[in-house]
Design a protein around this ligand. Sequence first.
Ligand code: F6P
Length: 324
Amino acid sequence: MASFNKLGVLTSGGDAPGMNSCVRAITRTALYHGHEVVGIHEGYHGLVNGFLSPFDAREVGGILQRGGTVLGTARSEEFYTEEGQRKGKAQLDEAGVDALVVIGGDGSMRGAMALANLGVRVLGIPASIDNDIWGTNMSIGVDTALNTIKDAIDKLRDTASSHRRAFIIETMGRNCGYLALMAGLIGGAEVVLIPESEVTIDEVAEAVEKAYKRGKTHSIVVVAEGASVKTAELAAAMDELKVGFSTRVTILGHVQRGGRPSAFDRLLATRFGVKAVEALLEGESEVMTGLSGRDISLAPLADVVSRQREANLDYFEMAKMLAY
Ligand code: F6P
């Protein structure tokens, strides 16, 4: 397959720290190789509605270190329909965009696949704090979010141990327990609740009570938002079951999505962006960049959208062992 003339780039789904570093890398790599770049604003919603503007090198200046996405993002209902996808393809054709890079999460990769099925030359880049995308060890934004959660847990532990309290801390992650599990491990949690390995309320209460009896000054319970035991339900039960500590709840929410990208995320986003453009120049299409070991790999989009990323439950056992 030939190279391309004009490259489109969009960010889609939940914003993730590092998206801007990636947009910069894509734009500058394409310009360096003599190609035009078009920024598509507000994700697939902007694609369907023609929110396109030419991007030059200065357009992406000063964004490397900024959180969020300067391109804007959206969750587009219209793009789920075939009519919406056809409208999106028509906008690309009209603007002369003959290759597209989609930066986003698993839903965004499904959108990219739908466009590929309509004949668009498309390449995906995984960006989502959830780290739930098959085909890469790490997605853009995960490391920064994890650092935000780590800082929050450290701060909450200060107040927890001053008052001899248990804190239930809820993380994002949709149906994936990655953030909660890793945060529990590096934050020294007593118990971690994730969708991939269920723990009952009684088991949580027992672990916290035992920690109290062993003389711990505080107890941290990390709950993934997708876990079947819900945070409010757990907090009420812990009060009722009298686990020793009194209980407080902190739901971290969207603070986990914001902030300047960490060094790891900037580097990953930059490497993914450069690789995406180079892969398109070499004739690749319908693939997603990924981190495999220390290398940047390419995985077929068809596999990315049809396979499930497995949780590594060794970490779950490790967190339990270290909570002693
Ligand atoms: O996919 C990223 C994510 O932050 C999830 O962890 C969370 O469930 C969801 O997005 C929240 O979506 P919204 O920002 O649309 O409320």
